[in-house]
Design a protein. Structure first.
Length: 610
């Protein structure tokens, strides 16, 4: 009888596992803007190394693809080589025995079809069309282009007011973004190569919390030009802020009672306190921006009237209309939209959900907001109905986890079918069809109906949170081009054939993040200034600390803590706790200062003015 033994990793296997983890970290930390041909060749080599060598497509074909890509990079290829790469990759993808060969070839095939211009540029001119204009990953991934390494270094030295001034040069809402920004800047932080990304958003909040009152810069000389901004959300406010700094006279027209847009009417107080939002808005208006609330452009006045009255107009109306789910019984009583509910809360009209069974349909951040708000409004139970898996939700992971901690039940893989009405016409139950995750389409697994029968979920209230739309019809009738429900604006915010009218933010891109709306407002302000005949410069006049030459050993990330779930569900007070001074010092010291070392020093990683 043979003896069995426990298999343990030897030194070589342990080293290989370590190298795999190192490779994963380097892939995560790779900056945007890498040469697509070089990157495809590198991944192809990695895949080829994993093949078993059993089938010819993998063993021979991937090797031939490698050689062809190397010829392109080395300048030994012709334009016919591109067609040969495509033909070879297609042949491997349909004939390889295993997923390694198929996926490796498909990656090359999609690449050569997606960035063919780069292949041609390498062959014809021996260079890459991909320009590494911003080599610092966090700055490159921040839509507003904030000098992140700069303000992190300022926090490290205790210069919090200067950190706020530096942030405001590119983002006039540091307080808001310190609380609710989705921090895309952290995704490719090069600190990932060492351990974990720097907590950039947390450090921004710490700087604002400890800076005290930081006045905005004085405006430049009065230009005599006037600009109307339609919409008082983050995009409109940002455009107004920068235009007022440039010396233009700005008037904001807002449809609601108060400014803030979806910051006020879409994000609950426990994430973004109203006092903090009001303080931020007051600071942004401090250079003399005029505000007219409860004015609906398109009804109370036309866009043509505004264009005749002002030298330029910026449309930043945001996404404030709700979307219907389109199922039977949606017209029942006690079926409300998330937009409607949050809008009332934004105007301090708190609904009473005491003792009610609430079902929320959706899986985004808005769905989490209304679910967690329902708990605070006294709901007996709250269920979040989603047709995909919990891991597929578009909401931030911390928002989903926060909802679960507060008692919300996530009912995943359940597709709403119809809403059952009681004898009074009110919602009595939601019928759902169990789902099964199937093939990946568009980067996400597609749900399909499972063989299980439909289920009945009793409820007293249904909240629909499946997205928002744009109120564009009132602009379309006055000649503003609208395409697929959004305003058709050019990349620089101008509207074709209508001089002096600009648009940006959600009304152009569809519902997006706060920082993207801010970035759109910043871009529009610069281009409106150019249209008016000026070229004003916005600068911070803040001296950035020199980079430290000390070692930066592996160190754990400081994550933001939250109040205990049992306590925070009792009120709408801020959930998240800020960093301590000790935590902020440690976290800011983890920054690798990519703006100073490596490519940053050669490529001008920081832009001090725009």
């Amino acid at each position: 009888m043979s003896r069995l033994s426990i298999i343990t990793l030897n030194q070589a296997q342990t080293t290989v596992e370590s190298l795999y983890k190192d490779l994963e970290r380097r892939i995560v930390a790779s900056p945007p803007g890498l040469c697509p041909v070089d990157m495809a060749a590198s991944f192809l080599k990695l895949c080829h190394a994993q093949t078993c060598g059993k089938c010819v497509p993998c063993r021979v074909g991937l090797g031939q693809l490698e050689k062809l890509l190397e010829d392109v990079l080395d300048g030994n290829a012709t334009l016919e080589t591109i067609d040969l790469i495509e033909k070879t990759a297609r042949g491997i993808s349909v004939s390889a025995d295993c997923a390694i060969g198929f996926q490796a070839a498909r990656m090359v095939l999609e690449g050569v079809q997606g960035f063919r211009d780069d292949y041609e540029e390498h062959i014809l001119r021996g260079r890459c069309t991909c320009e590494l204009s911003q080599p610092v990953p966090c700055v490159a991934l921040c839509p507003a282009g904030v000098d992140i390494p700069g303000y992190v270094a300022l926090v490290s030295e205790g210069r919090y007011a200067d950190a706020v001034r530096l942030i405001r040069k590119d983002n006039p809402m540091p307080l808001v973004c310190g609380l609710i920004c989705e921090h895309p800047c952290e995704a490719r932080c090069r600190r990932n190569m060492v351990d974990f990304p720097v907590n950039i958003r947390g450090l921004k909040r710490f700087a604002v919390d400890h800076a005290g009152e930081v006045p905005v810069p004085a405006p430049q000389d009065d230009t005599g030009k006037t600009v109307a901004v339609i919409g008082g959300g983050p995009g409109g406010l940002s455009a107004a802020y920068y235009l007022s700094l440039m010396g233009h006279k700005v008037t904001i027209y807002e449809q609601r009672k108060k400014l803030g847009g979806m910051l006020r009417y879409g994000i609950p107080n426990y994430r973004l306190p109203r006092k903090s939002l009001d303080a931020e808005i007051e600071t942004m208006l401090s250079n003399g921006v005029e505000v007219k609330t409860e004015v609906s452009v398109g009804q109370d006045m036309s866009i043509i009237d505004l264009r005749n009255q002002y030298d330029a107009v910026y449309i930043a109306i945001g996404a404030h209309t709700d979307k219907k789910i389109g199922i039977e019984g949606e017209d029942a009583g006690n079926v409300i939209s998330a937009v409607e509910m949050l809008r009332k809360i934004g105007d301090d009209e708190m609904p009473d959900f005491t003792g009610k069974r609430v079902l929320v349909i959706g899986g985004g951040n808005v769905a989490m907001d209304v679910a967690r708000s329902s708990v605070r409004l006294g709901a007996e139970t709250v269920g979040i109905v989603y047709r995909r898996r919990r891991v597929d939700m578009t909401a931030l992971k911390e928002e989903v986890d926060g909802a679960a901690e507060e008692g919300c039940q996530v009912l995943e893989l359940q597709a709403p079918v119809r809403i059952e009405k009681d004898e009074d016409g009110n919602a009595a139950a939601l019928w759902v069809k169990p789902q099964l995750i199937s093939r990946v389409q568009g980067g996400r697994p597609k749900p399909v109906d499972a063989e299980e029968p439909e289920k009945r979920i009793p409820c007293d209230l249904v909240i629909v949170a499946i997205g928002q739309g744009i109120e564009s019809k009132s602009f379309e009738k006055y000649g503003i081009p609208v395409k697929r429900g959004v305003i058709d604006a050019l990349s620089w915010s101008g509207i074709k054939d209508i001089p002096g009218v600009f648009a940006g933010g959600d009304c152009v891109t569809g519902p997006a993040t706060v920082i993207r709306a801010i970035a759109a407002g910043k871009v529009a302000a610069a281009n409106i200034d150019e249209y008016l005949g000026y070229h004003h410069v916005i600068q911070s006049d803040v001296e950035i600390p020199a980079a430290r030459l000390a070692d930066r050993p592996a160190c754990g990330r400081v994550n933001m803590e939250e109040r205990d779930a049992a306590e925070r569900v009792k009120d709408f007070d801020l959930v998240e706790c800020g960093m301590t001074c000790e935590e902020a010092r440690q976290e800011s010291s983890r920054c690798l200062r990519c703006d100073h070392f490596g490519y940053g020093v050669f490529k001008g990683g920081r832009v001090d003015r725009w």
